[in-house]
Design a protein around this ligand. Structure first.
Ligand SMILES: Nc1nc2c([nH]c(=O)n2[C@H]2C[C@H](O)[C@@H](COP(=O)(O)OP(=O)(O)OP(=O)(O)O)O2)c(=O)[nH]1
Length: 144
């Protein structure tokens, strides 16, 4: 008998600068997909809502306190290590200086992206973000 896998709920932030650039960072050493580029965020802990989890994660990972959170999309991705449900939020205001508190790298990116590899669970949202700008996101270009 197969048992349904439980979703891991994840809050993800799309930090947008006024020039439209978005913030990507690398997954820290020791985690699944270490070194892959992703949007900052992390797992929602018991008792937290999406916004609370995102605020906590961005302080923990980047040292910034975010302002208004706009819930945007929900996607799912089935990895060997977890079935994740990603709650994507746009954020256009924050306070504080970026500090890579987990040894990550960060990069402000426009399309076409010039970082790789990118976590496959972020492809759908990258495609939608590109579409909003009349541009194209092609994951094939990122696969090596
Ligand atoms: N932060 C983030 N996670 C993503 C993205 N796309 C994507 O598939 N994921 C997946 C990868 C992970 O399986 C999951 C996030 O979990 P995580 O392990 O990074 O979270 P965390 O910081 O709370 O981890 P932990 O150390 O507490 O275990 O979501 C993305 O763009 N950003």
């Amino acid at each position: 008998m197969t048992q349904a896998r439980k979703h891991t709920e994840v809050a993800v932030g799309i930090l947008l600068r006024s020039d439209g650039a978005m913030l990507l960072s690398t997954r820290p050493p020791g985690k699944a997909y270490a070194g892959y580029w992703e949007f900052p965020g992390g797992k929602i802990e018991p008792g937290e809502n999406v916004e609370q989890a995102l605020r906590r994660e961005l302080i923990e990972e980047l040292g910034v306190t975010i302002g208004a959170v706009q819930h945007w999309k929900v996607t799912e991705y089935d990895y060997p290590h977890a079935l994740v449900r990603l709650h994507w939020c746009k954020v256009q205001a924050w306070d504080g200086d970026f500090e890579m508190r987990e040894g990550q790298q960060m990069a402000w990116q426009q399309f076409p992206l010039d970082v790789r590899p990118v976590l496959p669970g972020a492809y759908d949202v990258l495609r939608w973000l590109a579409e909003e700008r009349g541009q194209v996101f092609d994951p094939e270009v990122l696969s090596n």
